[in-house]
Design a protein around this ligand. Structure first.
Ligand code: PEP
Length: 249
């Protein structure tokens, strides 16, 4: 059975003291987190090691990992480095990495493969820009992203994948996809997984929605039958809002 998941993406925000305070606030709240909801936070690389012993009950995730092997790749963080520290979640293919840091479909596929081979759980992000939606090409676009990064994996590896559908036009814009728009894309994604892998894979893969998700809209979005939770950007920076979203199932 697939899991309900709420993952916060802190992006490149918060200095160390601020990040520690936010984690401490979440730690206070976590005793009341619903037992069947998995909670993760993707914080900046340097904080991951420091938070390992303070994040009990909250999964820590990296926001990126390397497409390269070990070696002379200055600034890169190999997924096995993360695993060897006890960090076993990573976001790959976020639209900000795709648009600003050269993570094209090929690079994203390579990153997914390396992370999965290292044993990591991957939040794989996909989503169309406004131009694709306006041209009614959003399904083709998202399918192509999923095909290029995931269809080479085998079904066992797919157990390490959580898909996050994040329409780019809704990220950080305050403009949310409607619950119906989220549902129809999530349903399509599940049907592609069924075609390519199996019904079991389709039923067991969690598919999260991301894009201006907040306490006021999370309930309606999470109530859709193919939405298994959210990847949360801005609203994950306030403990109160993130907590409210966690309680939105
Ligand atoms: C994100 O960047 O993954 C995201 C969903 O951001 P926001 O919630 O701020 O739109």
């Amino acid at each position: 059975m697939r899991s309900q998941i709420v993952a916060g993406n802190w992006k490149s925000n918060l200095n160390f003291q601020e990040a520690k305070s936010l984690l401490a606030e979440l730690s206070q709240l976590k005793k009341d987190f619903p037992k069947d909801v998995q909670v993760a936070i993707a914080c900046p690389f340097p904080y991951l090691g420091a938070f390992l012993n303070e994040s009990d009950g909250i999964h820590l995730s990296a926001q990126n990992s390397s497409a390269n092997d070990f070696g002379a790749f200055t600034g890169e963080v190999h997924p096995e480095m993360l695993m060897s520290m006890g960090i076993d979640h990573v976001i790959i293919g976020h639209s900000e990495r795709r648009s600003m840091f050269g993570d094209n479909n090929e690079v994203v596929a390579q990153k997914v493969k390396r992370a999965v081979n290292a044993g990591m759980h991957v939040f794989f992000c996909c989503g169309e820009g406004l131009e694709h939606r306006d041209e009614n090409a959003h399904f083709d676009w998202v399918k192509m992203q999923i095909e290029s990064a995931l269809f080479d994996l085998d079904e066992t590896a797919m157990k390490q994948i959580v898909i996050a559908y994040e329409p780019i036009w809704a990220i950080g814009t305050g403009r949310t996809a409607s619950a119906e728009q989220a549902q129809e894309m999530h349903e399509a994604i599940r049907s592609w997984l069924k075609e390519e892998f199996s019904e079991e894979c389709a039923n067991n893969t969690s598919i999260l929605y991301g894009g201006s998700c907040k306490p006021s809209n999370a309930k309606e979005i999470f109530a859709q039958k193919d939405v298994d939770g959210g990847l949360i950007g801005g609203a994950s920076l306030k403990a109160e809002d993130f907590n409210a979203i966690i309680h939105s199932f």
